[in-house]
Design a protein around this ligand. Structure first.
Ligand code: PAZ
Length: 325
C-alpha cells in the first residue's frame, strides 16, 4: 500500500502532467513576444518608481472554444464591472495596474458611459466639427481626464484575452515578470475562469455539424493554476482570489477551502445577486463583511482600501522576515 507521502507525490505528478499538457497543447499566443515585452517593460518602469506597487487585476469571463476554427464556445458569467471599477481605485491609490481583461467587457473609466447610445453623446456643429453634447459633457470630461492621467502617468496597461488558453498563458507571463517585485506585487483575480475545457488536440477543427445528432463531448478539468501561482510563478506576491456562488449556504465554506487549498492570502466571497452591494473578505484571521453605504456607493471603494491595508502589512512582515533571515 502507498504511504500518504507516496500518494501525495503521485497526486503532484499527475497535476504537473495535466499542467504540462494544458500549456503544450494550447494554441500559441498571438503576438506573444510583443505581449511579453509590453508587460515586462511596464513592470520594470514601475519597479522602484513612484508607484512601486504593481497589481494584476483580472476581469471578465474566459471562454472555452469547442472548435479550433471557433464558431461556438462555452462562456463564463462576468461583465467585468468588478475588475474595471477596482482598477480605477487601485490607480487612485497609486498602484500601477495590469488590467488583464476579457475583450469587450467593461473598461476602467468608461464603465459609466452607456454602451448602446455612444453616438448620442456627440453632435456635429455647423462648421462640421464634432463636439460633446452639453448634457453629457461632465461624464465624458471626467472619463477622458482620469483615463489620460492613468495612461500618461504610466499606471495602466490593458492586456486583453478571450479564451481560457490565452488567459492562463498571459497570467503566467505576468507572474514571471512580477516575480522580481517580491511582496510589492499583487494579484487581484476577479476574472471568472472556466473549470473545464476541451483539450486542443481533441477539439474538432471545423464547425461541428448538427446533422450528426446529439453532441457528445468530454471536457477535461482545467488544472487549478492558483497553487502554481503561489508556489512557483510569483511566490512572494500578495494573492487575492474571488469566490462566486449562487447558494449563500456554501459560499463561505468554499471561500475558506480556497484560502487553505491554494494558499491565497485573501479570498473575497460574493454571491451572484448581491455582488455589487456586499462581499466578505476571508483571511486566516477571520471574515470581514464589506457593504456599500451612503458615502461609498461602490463596494470596491471600501474593499480596495481594506486590501491595500492588508498588502502594506504583508510587505512590512516580508521585509522583517528578510532582515531576520
Ligand atoms: O464581472 P462582474 O462585476 O459582473 O462580476 C464579478 C465576479 C462575480 C465575476 C467576481 O467578483 C468573482 O467572483 N469572480 C470569481 C468568479 C469565480 O468564482 O470563478
Amino acid at each position: 500500500m502507498d504511504s500518504p507521502g507516496g500518494a501525495a507525490a503521485e497526486d503532484q505528478q499527475e497535476f504537473a502532467g495535466r499542467v504540462k499538457s494544458f500549456f503544450e497543447s494550447a494554441p500559441p499566443l498571438v503576438d506573444g513576444e510583443n505581449v511579453s515585452k509590453k508587460i515586462a517593460g511596464f513592470i520594470s518602469r514601475n519597479r522602484g518608481g513612484e508607484a512601486d506597487r504593481v497589481v494584476c487585476v483580472t476581469s471578465g469571463g474566459t471562454t472555452v472554444p469547442l472548435e479550433q476554427r471557433c464558431v461556438r464556445y462555452i462562456d463564463n458569467f462576468s461583465s467585468g464591472h468588478r475588475g474595471a471599477t477596482s482598477t480605477e481605485y487601485f490607480v487612485k491609490a497609486g498602484y500601477a495596474v495590469i488590467f488583464l481583461h476579457r475583450r469587450g467587457a467593461y473598461q476602467p473609466y468608461c464603465r459609466y458611459l452607456p454602451e448602446d447610445s455612444f453616438l448620442d453623446f456627440f453632435e456635429v456643429t455647423e462648421g462640421s466639427a464634432i463636439r460633446v453634447c452639453e448634457s453629457h459633457a461632465k461624464e465624458v470630461t471626467r472619463a477622458i481626464r482620469d483615463y489620460r492621467a492613468a495612461v500618461d502617468g504610466g499606471l495602466l496597461l490593458k492586456v486583453p484575452f478571450t479564451s481560457i488558453f490565452e488567459y492562463l498563458q498571459i497570467l503566467q507571463i505576468v507572474a514571471g515578470s512580477m516575480k522580481p517585485l517580491g511582496s510589492f506585487g499583487m494579484f487581484y483575480l476577479a476574472a471568472a475562469v472556466s473549470d473545464f475545457y476541451v483539450p486542443w488536440e481533441s477539439m474538432a477543427e471545423h464547425k461541428i455539424q448538427s446533422a450528426g445528432g446529439p453532441l457528445d463531448m468530454r471536457l477535461a478539468p482545467v488544472p487549478k493554476m492558483l497553487s502554481l501561482l503561489r508556489k512557483e510563478w510569483a511566490p512572494m506576491a500578495f494573492c487575492i482570489s474571488f469566490k462566486l456562488e449562487t447558494d449563500s449556504d456554501i459560499l463561505l465554506k468554499k471561500a475558506d477551502m480556497a484560502l487553505r487549498k491554494y494558499g491565497m492570502h485573501v479570498v473575497v466571497a460574493n454571491e451572484l445577486s448581491t455582488r455589487k452591494k456586499e462581499v466578505v473578505v476571508v483571511t486566516d484571521t477571520g471574515k470581514v463583511k464589506v457593504r456599500t453605504d451612503e458615502q461609498h456607493r461602490e463596494v470596491e471603494e471600501k474593499l480596495i482600501d481594506l486590501l491595500i491595508e492588508q498588502h502594506s502589512h504583508y510587505i512590512e512582515e516580508s521585509e522583517k522576515d528578510a532582515v531576520n533571515g
